[in-house]
Ligand binder design. Structure first.
Ligand code: AP5
Length: 210
């Protein structure tokens, strides 16, 4: 299975990608996680990415395409993958089309903006392993501690209300047009994502014919 997850920031792509990884036994590739790791490690890519992420803007297409060309050529992608955060612009989608990678489905997780604002204002993330939690909807077993690796949970810098506003604007202008792009190719599946996490997983699997 080669799958693209297409959704607004905070719609639950990362959360559903975790479930789909388990279900299909394939890796999930989060562009945001790759960029945040580079920022943490102080690489050249990380230094460039930080200036855009802090403003809620997208990293330039040429940089992102190079990063993903390298990542998708790695061995663990041979039997399939879930793309969480790529493509995000028409230019990125067209580049992917030009490659020899054949995508099976593009899944849009549909969530209204007002739900997204609530989710991102309560998100907690483990800086060590990247697992996400929510102060109400997905509480860690022990307050402030990651269930997965015991890391100390933090809030993401780009979840500040003014940055979330900018990320949503960027989504509506630059990423949302991909819904029509993939619908016209007959590749689009849609799942409603405004309900609880487990209910959304059921919707997601149903949309994929599972
Ligand atoms: P990225 O990390 O991909 O951020 P994003 O797309 O903004 O998505 P998020 O990770 O914020 O949200 P999500 O949909 O995964 O939601 P989650 O599952 O955590 O990218 C960050 C930045 O990197 C971008 O802004 C850009 O600058 C750059 N970038 C990345 N890719 C790029 C590209 N291709 N080109 C250029 N630049 C790029 O859920 C959110 C919260 O809600 C969590 O707390 C979760 O527990 C909770 N939750 C989830 N589902 C539910 C539910 N059903 N009910 C209740 N709560 C829920």
């Amino acid at each position: 299975m080669k799958l693209i997850l297409l959704a607004a920031p905070g719609a639950g792509k990362g959360t559903q990608a975790e479930k789909l990884c388990e279900h299909f036994g394939i890796p999930s590739i989060s562009t945001g996680a790759i960029l945040r790791k580079n920022i943490k490690d102080g690489t050249e890519l990380g230094k460039i990415a930080k200036t855009y992420i802090d403003d809620g803007k997208l990293i330039p297409d040429d940089i992102m395409i190079k990063v993903m060309d390298a990542r998708l050529a790695e061995d663990d992608c041979k039997n399939g993958f879930i793309l969480d955060g790529f493509p995000r612009t028409l230019a990125q989608a067209e580049k992917l089309d030009e490659s020899d990678i054949k995508i099976d489905y593009v899944l849009n997780i549909d969530v209204p903006d007002e739900v997204i604002i609530d989710r991102l204002s309560g998100r907690l993330e483990c800086p060590k392993c990247g697992t996400t939690f929510h102060i109400e909807h997905r509480k860690p077993k022990v307050d402030g501690i990651c269930d997965n690796c015991g890391g100390k949970l933090t809030c993401r810098e780009d979840d500040k209300p003014e940055t979330v506003k900018s990320r949503l604007n960027v989504y509506h202008t630059q990423t949302e047009p991909l819904i029509e792009y993939y619908a016209s190719k007959g590749m689009l599946r849609t799942a409603k994502g405004q309900n609880e996490i487990a209910d959304t997983t059921v919707e997601v699997l149903k949309a994929l014919g599972e």
